[in-house]
Design a protein around this ligand. Structure first.
Ligand code: FAD
Length: 472
């Protein structure tokens, strides 16, 4: 009998397994698909020699993760590469607003909003390490830095639309904040959306927004190799349908969302907890396009040509309209598009002289609308001539994403809606959100705090809960 079985080898399953193994517990990790990685995978989706990130691409949360930072992943081949410009947001006048490593230079680029930007973001960027202990943990725990947490809570609770309009005067600064807040996949009028912008802006200055050299799967490969060096075993190609299929263990940690937990654990859970899980809400889906290109994207604004991440959405009001429509179950002709240009800093992604582009827009959960043309119109708008560079494209809507990874329910890439309620009560309102009423069974996926993203913190906290509970 092993101490723990972990089901699912996404970044959180891997993180949970590592934390248990490095605390001396025997661990067996079981992954349903043929490869470990979950949301951190890389494949030749278009043409031979073009390596695309199937899911996650940009990794500020990995670089700034209090847990991942403690792992010797560099020794196992992981190299996170920073682009010259962390993120860019092109505008219709041919200019772009940019997020740089330097807080001062970013602020300077915002003209009359420079001082307001420094006041809003500076403190959180300087204090990232202390802020991370609070924002990348269950929000129900008392914070170590209560003043910082209170300031973050007060500002972060604001709807991003309101924050952008109140704090900033220029369309540039408003667009920058709105474009980053839209990572929340929530209408920008929703309370709490400013928190997403503040975290990602602070990370931009404290750590940067890197891509993984060789592809995002290098994160999973390095974590998997380190895990095995600790004596744990990994089994792939074994999707788990019921708890009875699992080898005997003292604890089971599941890197799955509530819907699968209900299917897998079923009647083993009390009715009250089951109905709480059944009420869990999933967020919008994404529609993704990966491109093989004959050259770099011809962005009109030169700064965008050096950016790892591009927010393609025009002014704040357009982002607000796009995210509001998605929340109402509609698609828009001009969606907010998130793009990444990994090959700019990582030559392993494409044959010499060629490039890749990774792009997606938000769509209603489960949507079957093909957004390829809408995405390409948005890119052409700020990079005329883009279409002529396209050698091949690969598209994935919610149904394909979920078919590849059952955690992406209806195309929701964050393991559940990031509503204010589900930030606090994820997956259900409980003192210990990782624990279930069965003391042997824990949840360790992004459906637990702190939610979506490649940071491993859900897995880390779940493992700590197991070490204090079933595996004490
Ligand atoms: C298109 C896209 C873009 C993204 N972009 C970014 C980004 O740029 N930066 C970022 O930080 N995050 C990004 N994310 C989000 C990030 O990938 C996820 O938040 C993260 O992977 C969640 O990790 P996890 O371990 O909780 O779940 P997952 O990574 O989803 O892993 C779950 C694993 O469990 C396995 N599994 C599920 N059910 C079973 C079962 N019954 N039996 C066995 N195995 C099972 C799955 O196969 C999978 O391998 C993106 C996601 C997508 C899809």
């Amino acid at each position: 009998m092993v101490d723990a079985v972990v089901v699912g080898a996404g970044p959180n399953g891997l993180a949970a397994a590592i934390e248990l193994a490095r605390n001396g517990r025997s661990v067996h990790l079981i992954e349903g698909s043929e490869r470990i990685g979950g949301g951190t995978r890389t494949s030749e989706l278009t043409l031979p020699g073009f390596r695309h990130d199937v899911c996650s691409a940009v990794h500020p949360l990995a670089l700034g993760s209090p847990f991942l930072r403690t792992l010797p992943l560099g020794d196992y081949g992981l190299e996170l590469a920073l682009p010259p410009v962390q993120a860019a947001h092109p505008l219709d006048d041919g200019t772009a607003v940019i997020l740089q490593r330097s807080l001062a230079e970013t602020a300077e680029g915002l003209g009359v909003d420079a001082r307001a930007y420094r006041a809003l973001v500076g403190g959180f960027a300087r204090e990232w390490d202390r802020l991370a202990e609070f924002v990348l943990a269950p929000q129900t725990r008392p914070p170590h830095a209560p003043l910082l947490a209170a300031r973050f809570g007060a500002l972060g609770a604001l709807p991003a639309d309101l924050c952008a309009r109140t704090v900033f005067r220029t369309p540039q600064a408003r667009a920058l904040l709105g474009g980053i807040a839209a990572h929340a996949m929530r209408p920008l009028s929703a309370p709490g959306t400013t928190a997403f912008a503040l975290v990602l802006l602070a990370l931009g200055h404290a750590c940067g927004w890197p891509v993984a050299r060789g592809g995002s799967e290098q994160i999973a490969m390095a974590m998997g190799a380190y895990l095995q060096s600790l004596g744990a075993t990994i089994e792939v190609g074994r999707p788990i349908a019921t708890l009875e299929e699992l080898p005997a263990s003292r604890a089971v940690l599941l890197d799955v969302t509530p819907r699968q937990l209900l299917a897998i654990a079923g009647d083993a859970l009390p009715a009250r907890y089951r109905s709480a899980l059944a009420r869990y809400r999933y967020g919008p889906g994404v529609f993704k396009v990966d491109y093989a290109l004959s050259g770099p994207v011809p962005w009109t604004a030169p700064a965008v040509r050096a950016a790892g991440t591009v927010h393609i959405a025009g002014r704040l009001r357009e982002i607000v309209a796009s995210e509001r429509a998605v929340a109402r179950g509609q698609t828009v002709p001009r969606p907010y598009v998130l793009a990444a240009q990994q090959s700019l800093v990582d030559p392993t992604r494409a044959p010499a002289g060629s490039h890749t582009l990774w792009a997606y827009c938000h769509v209603p959960n489960g949507s079957s609308v093909d957004m390829t043309q809408a995405i390409e119109r948005q890119i052409e708008r700020f990079a005329p001539g883009f279409g002529e560079l396209v050698l091949a494209r690969a598209t994935r809507g919610p149904a394909e994403l979920q078919a590849e990874n059952p955690n992406y329910v209806g195309g929701d890439i964050n393991g559940g809606l990031a509503s204010l309620w589900q930030v606090f009560a994820r997956p259900a309102l409980r003192v210990n959100p990782y624990a279930t009423p069965d003391p042997r069974l824990l949840l360790c996926s992004s459906s637990t705090p702190p939610g979506g993203g490649v940071h491993g913190m859900c897995g880390f906290h779940a493992a700590r809960a197991a070490l204090h509970g079933a595996l004490r």
